[in-house]
Design a protein around this ligand. Sequence first.
Ligand SMILES: [Mg+2]
Length: 396
Amino acid sequence: MKITDLKCTVIGRNPVIRILTDEGIYGLGQAEAAKTYLKPHVMFYKSYLMGEDPTDVERVMLKIRRMGSFKPWGAAVSSIEMALWDIAGKAAGVPVYKLLGGKVRDTVRVYNGAVRFKMRGAEPEHYAENMARMKASPENFGLIKQGIAFHGTHMIDAVPDFSYANKQGGAPHPNRGPLTERGLKHIIACVEAMKDVLGDEVGLALDCGPGFMVPDAIRLAKALEPLNIAWLEDMITGDYTPYVMADLYREVTRSTSTPIHTGEQIYLRQNFRELFEKKAINIVGPDPADVGGIAELKWVAEYADLHGILMAPHGTGDGLIGLAALVQVGATLPYNYIGFEYPTGDPAWWYDIINGLPDPIVKDSHIEVWNTPGLGVDFNEKARQYLPEGDEDFFD
Ligand SMILES: [Mg+2]
């Protein structure tokens, strides 16, 4: 089998790729909804793929993996890797999980990082009210993640004198700086209010940054110890940080019993090495659509397990093809697996244009692993109407 074409378009806000072959089998991949600009990055790799056998996934990846990087380049490489596995599975007539070593679980646990309701404010009562709505959502999530502190600008915009740093705007998560006492106390009060709602029925994880200074990160993690938070995510580095800073994470992690988590923006197994070997974190959360693909994510999970580090993959913006990739790889991960961040179809018409997903998708915070070949999802005829101008031939 040979690759004959690589196509990329943006459907809704998600970049979608299609790899075509001379045997009529094609593969699909998807990148995060925030990367509406990704098409040129994807097309950069086309010349490396043409004529290659897509079922030799690793041989193809060796040609392009070195040509990627942290966000956004890793997303292009990762979406191509997903599509190669989709083809390899279809060609073999087996679901992708079989090619990754087989499943170790029949249902995969997910956590809520994408089912969201508008916040009415940034006071503790608003966090509590919002958490109650998420707790009541029909997926019956066993673990919910909420953004606080420097994650986004919601809390910074609403709380006067939150930090000693000047407020920044623009790029995602632009703020970073020392917390005031008022800022620290505000965060703790909001977390306590959310825990009052969840009790011990539903776990609470917190997306915190990037942007913390080490002393503040330690103070917050220690203050939250009695609350048994599932994890504190991305305090030092995080989304769109193109470096790892393992020593700083180590200082925080070794100072507290609250689990410390990072990794959504990190590209390739090599860039997790310091975090793991220095025992700098407790939980790692790579995104299959940024880390280099689903086999790369499995490799990172296995290596994390050797170091006593747990696995909770990122995925909030990965869309419904990304969801299929997360389910396939999630089925194969070792026992250090907690759950992956459940992506939703956004806009909601995404659910009308994709076939192959269970209905409902999530039952009691779990998704049953399906057994159709490849990733097991495909577009139906209704998808064509959402193709942007200039990409009308995407499905041809
Ligand atoms: Mg995050």
